[in-house]
Ligand binder design. Sequence first.
Ligand code: G6P
Ligand code: MG
Length: 213
Amino acid sequence: SVKGCIFDLDGVIVDTAKYHYLAWKRLAEELGFEFTIKDNERLKGVSRMKSLEILLEVGGLKFDDETKIKLAEKKNNWYVEYISKIDKSEILTGVEKFLISLRENGIKTALGSASKNAMIILNNLGIEKYFDAIIDGNKVKKAKPDPEVFLLAAKELNIDPKECVVFEDAEAGIEAAKNAGMYAIGVGSSDKLHDADKVILGFDAVNIDIINF
Ligand code: G6P
Ligand code: MG
C-alpha cells in the first residue's frame, strides 16, 4: 500500500515556470535573440546548466565554461528577484488541502525538486511545514530523469520506493519516478505525459483516493 507521496515543486505546487521564463527571456534578449514561450517548454524539469545549454542552442551561441557559469548566475539573480515576491496566493488550487489530507491519513510527504531555490519558494508560500522531507537541487548530484532525487526522498521518509507515489509535471520527472520504481502521477495535460501511470489536471477537487494503485 502507498505510504508516501513525493511532490515536484515547479509546475506541481506553484507555477514558477513563468518566472523562469521571464528570467531566461531577459538573458536571451541581452544576448541578442528571441526566446519564445514554446522554447521554454524544453526547460521544464531540466537543471539550470542544462537549461542554459538549451537556451544557447536556440540562440546559436557558444561560450566557454566560465562565461556559462556567469550567465547562469545572472539568470538566477533575476529569477530570485522575481520569486522573492511570491506569496501564499500562488499555491496552485487544491494543493494545500491535498497535502493536509494526506498527512491526516498517515501518508508521509516529501518534496523532490531539481531547484536550488526550493527553500525560498517553500518559505514564501508558507508550506514548508507540510513536508516530512525536503530534497532539492542542493542535495542531489544527478538531474532527473536520474532517480536520485526521489530515491533520496524515499530514504529520508524511511519508505520503500515501491510504496511511493510521485507527482510530476515534466516528462524528465515522470521518467525519474519510473526509474526509481515508483508510481508516477502526471500533473498537466496527458498528451505530454505519456509515461505517467495516471494523469490529473491539477489538485482542484482531487480526492486522496487517487494515490491508490
Ligand atoms: C525545476 C524547473 C526547471 C529549473 C530547475 C532548476 O526542475 O522545472 O525549469 O531549471 O528546477 O531550478 P533552479 O531554481 O535551481 O535554477
Ligand atoms: Mg516541474
